[in-house]
Design a protein around this ligand. Sequence first.
Ligand code: PNW
Length: 458
Amino acid sequence: MGKFGKDFVWGTATSAYQIEGGYLENGKGPSIWDSFCTIPGKIKNGDTGNVACDHFHRFKDDIKLLKELGVNSYRLSISWSRIMPEGKGAVNEEGVRFYNEIIDELIKNDITPWVTLYHWDLPLALQLEDDGWLGESIIDYFVEYADVCFNRFGDRVKHWITLNEPWVVAILSHGHGVFAPGRVSEVEPYQVAHNLLLAHAKTVNHYKSRYSSQDGKIGITNNCDWRESLTNSQADIEAAQRALEFFLGWFADPVYFGDYPEVMKERIGDKLPRFSEKEKELLKGSSDFFGLNHYTTMNAAHTDSVDENEDVHGNGGISKDQGVSLSVKKDWKLTKMNWAVVPWGCKKLLKWIADRYDNPEIYITENGCAYDDEVVDGQINDSERVEYFRTYLAACEEAISEGVNLKGYFAWSFLDNFEWNSGYSKRFGIYYVDFETLERIPKASAKWFKKFLAEQSS
Ligand code: PNW
């Protein structure tokens, strides 16, 4: 059985906007992604999530596929504006019914639901009212929405993730402006991150105080690449460490230690909001597990003059605040996202987390890759994806042997889906989706994963 053990959580992951479709159906309100997709030039080929994988109408068949695959868990997200069309106030019972049906169907099939409350599709009404995550009012609105979810689904959902990748919401949505709501700024990302963290902490506190009888677990999922020092120089070693603190420490330090990393306070100064003592208390210890989305690795080197244009893959954050220059090694293989395939980076990151945060329970809530998949004679032989999963899982296994408390792994993604500003041009699924006919076909990677999972339980 290897190192993973018999209680290991195995799943695939998706998010509402990326797979559901069902645009404005049965009382759903618009989200910022519905709106962002209508702006010319924002999304590759002018794609939208209006139909996506049509999971809204096909979820029963999709859950059959999950059953066949042999996962014991499945990570999905709830669309806030399907549940509360205006983001607050009235609850849309049709939306509640939709998620009730999914949850019941999963449980009937012995698949444990892991539910993300927020995977970026903010109700448009809240963006317009007080600038969404930039305004402080969002914090209480989020708690109000989360309360509806705990209240309606918490009898059956025992694994909650408050936020997916707050780093992306801060940097890509409010810094680089490439994700909804498309704001460009060097200050707003820090304000947005602050409100996200407070919304997370208040929600966890609410869940623990009001819903303790549900006896569930709740945490946050952060994304982080590994940063490998470009050279052995002290300056580059420090730069790599600094890059990790600006990426993951930004969100995980408040959750584990109650405050931002010192290096961020020093370098960012007044642009970085401060937590009150009460907020620090609320934040500290606010995650029952460490949710991690991990895809790739880059080299980091110290620099005093960052050229923003060299920010090769858009995943550096605000480089000039960090004094870090990023690059990839020539011989690293790249996926269709231009993200390098470096399995040992995954192991190093897991160990970095274990060291820094006192060996928490870690769940990899996303890991995967995009490639150009082609259907040949009805088959998709995605051997590069198989190799990616095989080597990243081997790296996870090594991390476990070296003491890392890794408890679960979710492959991103179950289905090819709407890959945000790349539209349908980037396929991450282990099941191929024909976006004309909406047919699903298992790729070689799905067959490989199925066999791998069967071996784990034998
Ligand atoms: C994650 N970056 O997004 C998301 O959680 C998924 O919804 C998404 O489909 C998946 O990874 C693949 O992209 C990210 O630029 C998007 O560093 C961009 C970045 C990281 C994560």
